[in-house]
Unconditional design. Structure first.
Length: 558
């Protein structure tokens, strides 16, 4: 058994704060019973003799009516709060048969820490790990609850692919140790109370269809829950801090020295994962494609980072050790499931046909080139709507047309008008299902593996009831100027590809790039910004001339 004075102090502190939280529940119950208690006193007084007469009878009737009304309202509010379903993290479940070695690692950790083992394991497309209680009856109904009454251990999927086995064990030790305090009856009861209040507040604030009981009663339950939540928020936060302290102290006896080093890998994994999602995955999601090996991609991204950053030189040597994803029976299938979940979680669903997967080797052609040509078609469609004439007469869409329009009136409404029209058109396309594969009216052969991905996409869509809103938006909406700059860059890249033999490419950390003679063009954005923001086309013309790109040549659109 792992023990220590720090663990004892932490557990005692957490329990005392849990009791403070439960006292709020007790005070609320006492307040609800107060009118009933007053009615009982008045009735007892009448039976004993001293409280008789018309005045006392009136008081008894009024107090009794108030007591009944308060008790009924309390029972209804309590029922609403009890029925409110706490938020459930979307995850990919890992059954024992899918990851026997990982289950054994976690069970061994729990045994060494002398805490109950988690009831199940699950993966989340994020760089974090925690214990999640899924014992609420609504979780049982949705199939989210597995065998056992203990919490579920949720593990960040990038950790499995980037970390080595020993590093993962060290990082998970304090998380698993949290199962000890979670088993304490007072702490568990306090957590259930706080989660129920939080769920009731969320339901009352949401659409009427989400409320347990719509109307005034639902609103009343939400206000009562919010009041109780404010009363116990400080104690609940202190309780969780003491739990974290106790868990950390308990885990000190397991791989403590390695944990310090492993925490560096946590920060590195987070940085690489964030860059991969925002720079590489997001462009694919916007056109209805989802990279099917995101976790494998984070390894490539971090390996590339280790080559660029001298501070990360030592991290590459770790790659010779056994990766934690070897603890899975089928890492590729798990990676695909997590990748699809990440697309739904961070970008939202699609109102059109199912998403199509894309492999990394096909990314430049199926995502980068397609994205650029979709944007090039959009900007010329907007110019047509605005009545902008072609630059050199008929013959097809050209970059020269865009450049002349933006440089005709420097610093005036010519950038802003085009940007606003682009924003509106992009919003309409997104609302209609977006320019992704399989859009009605678009003929194309199915992408490899697209048929197999349809059931998985439907399953993920059913999990959120078909909602297309991302649960965790990855980026704030782009401004009109940013959107316009993206479209001008796309037009330049299409022109370079069609006139001088450039090629679309992908950088693991920066996403879509233009390759000329196999080398990345990294200096395109400044001249584009000069055109978009200042109406000055000279820097872009110089840049195009250095590569031999002819802006008056028509380009191929989608």
């Amino acid at each position: 058994m792992v023990s220590g004075s720090g663990f004892s102090v932490g557990t005692h502190g957490a329990r005392s704060k849990a009791l403070a939280v439960l006292r709020v529940r007790g005070w609320a119950t006492a307040a609800a019973l107060l009118p009933a208690a007053a009615a009982v006193v008045l009735l007892a007084g009448a039976a004993a003799g001293p409280m008789r007469g018309a005045g006392w009878d009136t008081a008894r009737w009024i107090t009794g009516a108030c007591a009944v009304a308060v008790l009924l309202a309390t029972a209804a509010v309590a029922a609403v709060i009890a029925r409110a379903s706490p938020a459930l993290t979307p995850t990919v479940e890992l059954a024992p048969g899918a990851a026997p070695d990982l289950h054994r690692l976690v069970e061994d950790l729990a045994d060494r820490l002398d805490v109950p083992a988690p009831s199940a394991l699950a993966l989340t497309p994020d760089c974090d790990s925690w214990l999640e209680d899924r014992s609420h009856p609504s979780h049982r109904r949705t199939g989210a609850r597995r065998s056992g009454e203990g919490p579920v251990l949720v593990i960040g999927s990038p950790f499995l692919w980037w970390m080595r086995v020993a590093e993962l064990r060290a990082v998970l030790a304090p998380v698993v140790a949290g199962a000890g305090p979670a088993a304490d009856p007072d702490i568990a009861a306090a957590r259930r109370f706080v989660r129920a209040l939080d769920a009731a507040v969320a339901d009352a604030a949401g659409p009427a269809g989400r409320r347990g009981i719509a109307g005034p009663l639902g609103a009343l339950a939400g206000r009562v829950a919010a009041l109780l939540l404010r009363a116990c928020r400080t104690d609940a936060a202190e309780m969780e801090r003491w739990v974290a302290t106790a868990s950390s102290e308990r885990a000190k006896g397991v791989d403590y020295g390695l944990r310090v080093v492993a925490q560096e890998q946590v920060g590195l994994a987070y940085a690489g994962w964030d860059r991969l999602l925002t720079r590489v995955a997001l462009p694919a999601w916007r056109i209805g494609r989802w990279p099917s090996r995101l976790d494998a991609g984070v390894v490539a991204a971090l390996t590339e980072l280790s080559r660029r950053d001298r501070l990360a030189d030592g991290f590459a040597s770790r790659l010779g050790e056994r990766p934690a994803c070897d603890l899975l029976e089928e890492p590729g299938a798990v990676d695909e499931a997590v990748s699809l979940l990440a697309a739904r979680l961070f970008h939202g669903g699609r109102s059109g046909p199912p998403w199509a997967p894309v492999a990394w080797e096909a990314y430049p052609e199926q995502v980068v080139d397609r994205t650029w040509r979709v944007q090039a078609a959009r900007i010329h469609g907007v110019l047509d709507e605005l009545g902008v004439p072609t630059a050199t007469g008929p013959g097809g869409p050209t970059l020269a047309r865009v450049m002349e329009h933006l440089s005709r009136e420097p610093g005036t409404a010519a950038g802003d008008g085009l940007a606003a029209a682009l924003t509106a058109r992009a919003a309409r396309e997104e609302a209609a299902g977006g320019p992704g594969p399989g859009r009605p009216g678009e003929e194309r052969p199915p992408a490899p593996g697209e048929e197999a991905a349809a059931p998985a996409a439907e399953e993920v869509s059913a999990l959120w009831g078909g909602d297309t809103t991302p649960l965790v938006p990855l980026q704030p909406p782009r401004t009109g100027r940013e959107l316009l700059a993206d479209h001008v860059v796309a037009m330049v890249c299409c022109t370079a590809i069609d006139t001088v033999g450039a090629a679309p490419g992908m950088d693991w950390l920066d996403g879509p790039v233009l390759l000329v003679d196999g080398e990345r063009c990294a200096d395109l954005l400044p001249p584009v910004l000069s055109l978009v923001e200042e109406g000055d086309a000279t820097p872009l013309r110089v840049w195009l001339g250095s590569l031999g790109v002819r802006p008056e040549k028509p380009v191929r659109l989608v």
